[in-house]
Design a protein around this ligand. Structure first.
Ligand code: NDP
Length: 258
């Protein structure tokens, strides 16, 4: 008979690092994790705490900001140690969320742009996962959630770089899951479709993009940052040791359209 480990295990305690937590999807993930009782290391280049209004003081107390460029491995190592020291809690997980958008015709993509996008969207996932690895080993395991994109399986005009970087995130997730399974470390790739954040709200609500999305997304509208935040939080709350390596699409079935 199977036992339900989700209900049998005691609640996890510790600190989870979220990269790109100052705004958008990362800020919402940081909110969900803090509401679930975790301490959260909030990384961004500005080192700002999540930009979310009306947050209770006890939730804010669980947020610990640090400045860090995720494309720089050494900065990641320093930020992780700083946060572990500041909270006095073990680092038990990582959400590789920081990412940048990039759009250009294939024939116009420069070597510099290729390296910039791959550094921030793909190398950062490797570097941050390497930096958290000793912490997770100390803790007899943990969970790494990478934020990919449903573009990882699509061919989108003017998005070669972004699609390639997000496909690399899915591939790295599978390899981490296989290579680190014996250490108790799991890896999952959460791949959103169009999600409305402060940055794209206007474009998604008015103009040609809004018209396109209302036709193309089966439910007629984009997702919200909370959709992704709630999913990521539930992955940390659910103690599901056999679930690893998978890409979980959260795109309102947009990526299933023919
Ligand atoms: P935003 O642009 O709203 O936020 C990006 C966050 O990443 C900010 O906190 C920013 O902070 C941080 N960041 C950017 N570059 C770096 C860097 N080099 N080092 C450290 N932090 C950095 O993005 P979204 O919330 O929209 O997207 C978050 C993730 O979700 C990305 O990986 C994106 O590709 C993915 N995604 C988003 C979708 C959407 O529709 N919004 C759809 C599918 C995937 P700061 O500027 O202070 O460094």
């Amino acid at each position: 008979m199977h036992t339900n480990s989700a209900t049998a295990s005691p609640p996890l305690k510790g600190c989870i690092i979220v990269t790109g937590a100052s705004r958008g999807i990362g800020a919402t993930i940081a909110l969900g994790l803090a509401q679930a009782g975790f301490d959260v290391g909030c990384l961004s280049r500005t080192g700002d705490l999540p930009h979310i209004d009306n947050v209770a003081a006890d939730i804010k107390q669980r947020w610990h900001a640090a400045k860090c460029d995720v494309s720089q491995g050494q900065q990641l190592e320093q930020a992780f140690s700083e946060i572990a020291k500041k909270t006095g809690k073990p680092l038990i997980g990582l959400v590789n969320n920081a990412g940048i958008h990039s759009q250009d015709r294939i024939e116009a993509i420069t070597e510099d742009e290729f390296r910039r996008v791959m550094d921030v969207n793909a190398y950062s996932v490797l570097a941050a996962s390497q930096a958290i690895y000793p912490h997770l080993l100390n803790n007899q395991g943990g969970l790494i959630v990478n934020i990919g994109s449903f573009f990882d399986k699509l061919g989108i005009k003017q998005h070669l770089l972004y699609c390639a970087a997000k496909a690399a995130v899915g591939a790295m997730t599978r390899c981490m899951a296989v290579e680190w399974a014996s250490k108790g470390i799991r890896a999952l790739n959460v791949a959103p479709g169009y999600i409305m954040t402060d940055l794209n709200r206007e474009a998604m609500q008015t103009g040609p993009l809004a018209a396109y999305l209302s036709k193309r997304i089966p439910g007629g509208k984009p997702g919200q940052a909370e959709d992704v935040g709630n999913l990521v939080t539930s992955l940390f709350v659910l103690d599901s040791p056999f679930m690893t390596g998978e890409t979980i699409y959260i795109d309102g079935a947009h990526g299933m359209l023919g």
